[in-house]
Each structure stands twice: as structure tokens, then as C-alpha cells.
Design a protein around this ligand. Structure first.
Ligand code: ACO
Length: 385
């Protein structure tokens, strides 16, 4: 045990910026160069050659699977896709106008409530629950969408990949190979991202030796915020009133004058172009080209052009949320489900970080807040105040 004096004065860092509190082998962001790696593999390689299933294995095991291991992992995911009918029936009671992230938070909490192994913190049980959560998130999100639209949820299909099955349960029909690939790539790109706010939230909860469901529910709450995952739905909402790309320069000027933020731009770590945004922009371009250029895509490109002049010199570039909405819209997903789709991918990162932290570090996370008030003030009785 370290003597408290040995620690010296606490370091002050607003918002914990630029602080390492643990070590990880999961993902690395080179914020200056605009590069991202999962377990050392460049994200571009994974987006081109891998699948979400393989990336989930990579994160949980911190290595690529053999062919046989991947087949077994895929089978395990499929076995875990189903959510009990009683749970789905309970989701049907959620208010339809509640935000889908609030509904997802409640649904995952309910699943945890009924899991008799919830309090088992052994590595084996945490791994089993991680796989189960990764497998069930698409089923839950799709059921929430269908119920919200007054439709019956669709049972998962075991002959479809993770991405194709998610698309199928969301829309009620199978995706084309191009749609399946686009969704698979979007899931790969969102699967992990260093010590982001939701992953940190998950670790803070898991490090108290609370159950994994509590950690994931906390992470969902953090991802919901518009400064984090909630930005993707705000991007399309932000451009609702812009009728054409020609209006963008004036709109942009006004935004800057009012000191309003451009959603989907800027990042705590990247001070260069987010590599995930580059890949999603390419997919968005291809998809809208196939279906006739979309107004949204053209407007976003025009905003990016303005941002190059005014925001890039400050290190502000498009982040992953900037073009993802165009891809999701093209896949038939409603705006308010953009952040739950993000969660479907990120649950792989959340659970992988929990497993890694519990295995290697497992220390209570407890920073300090610098006290700036007065001391030794007299207690004034209530009648004399
Ligand atoms: N539009 C305009 N200006 C911006 C933006 C933006 N999107 N982001 C940052 N800035 C400016 C700030 O106004 C500030 O300028 P100033 O120094 O002149 O006051 C400067 O850049 C630094 O901003 P901070 O808030 O200190 O940067 P921080 O690291 O705290 O913020 C954040 C990061 C929250 C992501 C921010 O860039 C933002 O609000 N972006 C919009 C929301 C968004 O897209 N979030 C998704 C992030 S990716 C993800 O979580 C999946």
C-alpha cells in the first residue's frame, strides 16, 4: 500500500482531459494523425476485410480468432440472440414517445434483473454475459423500434449474419448484400474507441464490483448524451431547415456568430479527420449515388467544406457521427434509432473493456474534485439565517 504522502499533490485536469488511469490493449487513437487501431490492427483493414462478429471476438479476446473459433463464436452469438417473450411483452408497456435510448436502458436493466447469474463476477460468467449482451442488443433495439411503430417484433433468424439479422428484425425484410455490408462496416467502426465517456462510465461501475448489467445500463445513459453518441441523430435534425447546399455558407456563418456547435464535428482526442468518418463518408456517397443523391448528403458535404475554412485550423473535423446518419437513413432506420444502433456496436467495446479491466487492473476508480469553498465556517442555527 502506498503511503498517502507518496502520491503527492493531485493533478488537476478539467474533464479528466489527457489523463491515463489504466492501460489497455484494445484500441488506440492517434489523435494527431487521425488513426484508429483495434488490438493494433488499423481500422481501415478491419472495415475492409473483417466482420462485426470477428471484431467482437477480437475485442473480447484481444486477438483474432482461428476459423474454427470464429465459427464457434458465431454459433454462440446466434444461440444468445433470443430475448424471452415475457420481456418483449414488458417492452410493449414502455411509453411510445420515450427516447429509444431511455427504452433501451430500461430494457437492458430488465434483462439483468431476471438473470440469476447477474451477481456472478467470475471471469467465465462475465464472458458469458458479455456474449449474451452483444447478441441480444440487436434483438432488443429492433423490438423497441417495431413496438414504437405499433408493429409486432420479429424473431431473430439464425441463417443470417449479425448485421443482416439486425437489419431484418428492424425492417422486416432481408438486406441486399450492399446494405448488409454497409451495416456491418458501420458496426465495426463503432465497436470500440478507447476510453470514451460511456466506456469510462461502464468501468467506473464495474470497478465497484457491481454487476455487468449495471455497468452497461450506465454506459447506455452516457452514450445517449448529444456530446457523445447522441450527436448522430442531432446531425440530421440540425440540417432539417436547410433546403439546399447553396444555403449552407450563410447558415454556417450564423452558427459561428451565435457560437453554436456543429454537431458531428470535433473530438476530445482527434485533432485531425476521424478515420471512421472518412470510411462512412465513402459508404454514404456510394449509397446515395445508387438511389439518387440525397439532400442530406449534399448539405453535409457543403457543411464540411465550410468547416475546412473555419474549424479545421482549430483541429475540428467531422467525427464518426457526421455521416453515419445518412448511411442509417438509407438503410431505412429512423433518426431516433441512430444512437441505439451505435449502442448495438459499442456494447462489444464496453464488455471487452470490462473484461480487460477486471482481469488486469480491477481497482476502484475514484478521482478527486478540488475543493474551492471556505473552511471552518460557523454553523448558523436556522432561525438566525
Ligand atoms: N462546432 C464548433 N466549434 C466547436 C465544436 C463544434 N462541433 N467542437 C468544439 N468546438 C470549439 C469550441 O467552441 C472551443 O472553441 P474556443 O476554444 O474558441 O472556445 C474549442 O473548439 C474546444 O472545444 P471544447 O468544448 O473544449 O472541446 P472538447 O474536447 O471538450 O469537446 C466535443 C469535444 C464535446 C465532442 C465537442 O467537439 C462537441 O461538442 N462536438 C459536437 C458534438 C459531437 O459531435 N459529439 C460527438 C463526438 S464523437 C462521439 O462521442 C461518438
Amino acid at each position: 500500500m502506498k503511503d498517502i504522502k507518496e502520491l503527492g499533490e493531485p493533478v488537476f485536469s478539467r474533464g479528466l482531459e489527457n489523463i491515463y488511469f489504466t492501460q489497455t490493449e484494445l484500441s488506440y487513437i492517434d489523435g494527431k494523425a487521425g488513426k484508429l487501431y483495434y488490438v493494433g490492427i488499423p481500422i481501415e483493414e478491419l472495415a475492409e476485410k473483417s466482420s462485426f462478429e470477428e471484431v467482437a471476438f477480437l475485442l473480447l479476446h484481444r486477438r483474432l480468432p482461428t476459423k474454427k473459433e470464429l465459427e464457434e463464436f458465431d454459433r454462440k452469438l446466434k444461440e444468445n440472440r433470443r430475448v424471452r417473450v415475457e420481456k418483449i411483452a414488458s417492452f410493449a408497456n414502455y411509453p411510445r414517445d420515450a427516447h429509444p435510448m431511455a427504452a433501451l436502458r430500461t430494457a437492458i436493466s430488465e434483462i439483468g434483473l431476471f438473470d440469476p447469474t447477474a451477481e456472478d463476477l467470475s471471469p467465465e460468467s462475465l464472458y458469458e454475459k458479455s456474449v449474451s449482451l452483444i447478441a441480444k442488443f440487436p434483438t432488443v433495439v429492433a423490438a423497441l423500434r417495431r413496438l414504437r411503430e405499433g408493429k409486432l417484433p420479429i424473431e431473430p433468424r439464425d441463417d443470417l449474419s449479425h448485421a443482416a439479422n439486425f437489419f431484418y428484425m428492424m425492417n422486416g425484410y432481408e438486406p441486399s448484400p450492399e446494405q448488409e455490408r454497409a451495416l456491418d462496416v458501420a458496426l465495426i467502426l463503432h465497436a470500440d474507441h478507447g476510453m470514451n465517456a460511456s466506456t469510462f462510465t461502464a468501468l467506473v461501475i464495474a470497478a465497484t464490483d457491481s454487476d455487468i448489467y449495471s455497468a452497461i445500463v450506465g454506459a447506455i445513459g452516457a452514450l445517449k448524451g448529444p456530446r457523445h453518441g447522441g450527436a448522430n441523430e442531432r446531425v440530421l435534425k440540425m440540417i432539417r431547415d436547410i433546403e439546399s447546399p447553396e444555403q449552407v455558407p450563410e447558415w454556417f456563418k450564423q452558427k459561428l456568430e451565435k457560437k453554436e456547435r456543429i454537431m458531428g464535428m470535433g473530438h476530445r482526442v482527434y485533432k485531425a479527420y476521424d478515420p471512421r468518418a472518412r470510411i462512412l463518408k465513402r459508404y454514404a456517397a456510394e449509397m446515395v449515388k445508387a438511389h439518387g443523391m440525397s439532400r442530406e448528403y449534399e448539405i453535409l458535404v457543403a457543411i464540411e467544406k465550410e468547416a475546412e475554412k473555419y474549424l479545421a485550423p482549430k483541429g475540428i473535423y467531422p467525427n464518426v457521427d457526421f455521416y453515419s446518419g445518412v448511411v442509417y437513413s438509407d438503410l431505412g432506420f429512423p433518426i431516433e434509432f441512430f444512437t441505439p444502433i451505435f449502442a448495438v456496436a459499442r456494447v462489444a467495446g464496453w464488455t471487452a473493456h470490462i473484461l480487460e479491466y477486471k482481469e488486469k487492473d480491477d481497482r476502484l476508480i475514484r478521482p478527486r474534485a478540488q475543493y474551492t469553498g471556505e473552511l471552518d465556517k460557523p454553523y448558523v442555527p436556522v432561525d438566525e439565517r
